[in-house]
Design a protein around this ligand. Structure first.
Ligand code: GLN
Length: 190
């Protein structure tokens, strides 16, 4: 199994480590050619506005959209969640997203006072204790469609969502040593 991590910008290195620790081959994806060999893709945190621009300038956006539409599994974290969403508020007007998750998100919506915070989250389907979640200028999920499973939430809304082979978190699971969400993602790959 070969899993790509979008490596245009942002917090992609620790995702490569997490995947490698779970025994899969993990590769950075920066070019359209790198897409052809992968079975699934992680879209990391960072800045979704910048990633959107770089996806366009690197000519990755269209071929990646085609792979996602054809059912390639994807795991988006923070900015990656924004890129998988259907609706994005408080972004740039030219910001693009792939729309493989039927959710609407608002960027940086946890409020100026709490740019970053941490929570222990109970997660549906993970029985061995709560997951420690690190939120950094995270998006709030303002709407989740009927096909979307909410695996964890906070007062402001859902923070782990899944729809078929697409999984997303509003926080950064790669910043802790807990590999359970990456493992959950890999269950639906291949
Ligand atoms: N605020 C960022 C964005 O809108 C996301 C932050 C993150 O990925 N940690 O893209």
């Amino acid at each position: 199994m070969k899993v790509g991590v979008l490596g245009l910008q942002g917090a992609f290195r620790r995702h490569l480590d997490a995947l490698t620790r779970l025994g899969v081959t993990a590769v950075e994806v920066r070019t359209p050619a790198a897409l052809s060999g992968i079975d699934a893709l992680v879209i990391p945190g960072g800045e979704s506005t910048t990633m959107s621009m770089l996806l366009t300038s690197s000519q990755l956006f269209e071929p990646l959209a085609e792979r996602l539409e054809a059912g390639m599994p994807a795991f988006g974290t923070c900015a990656g969640m924004i890129l998988l969403a259907t609706g994005v508020s408080d972004g740039r007007t030219d910001q693009r997203s792939f729309g493989v998750l039927d959710i609407d998100v608002r960027r940086n919506a946890f409020g100026r006072q709490v740019d970053s915070f941490e929570r222990d989250l109970p997660v549906a389907g993970l029985d061995d204790g709560p997951l420690h979640a690190v939120f950094i200028r995270a998006p709030v999920v303002e709407r989740a469609g009927p096909a979307v499973e909410v695996l964890a939430r906070v007062d402001e809304g859902p923070v782990i969502v899944r729809q078929g082979v697409a999984l997303a978190t509003a926080f950064h699971p790669e910043l802790t040593d807990d590999l359970r969400l990456h493992a959950l993602f890999l269950e639906r790959v291949g």
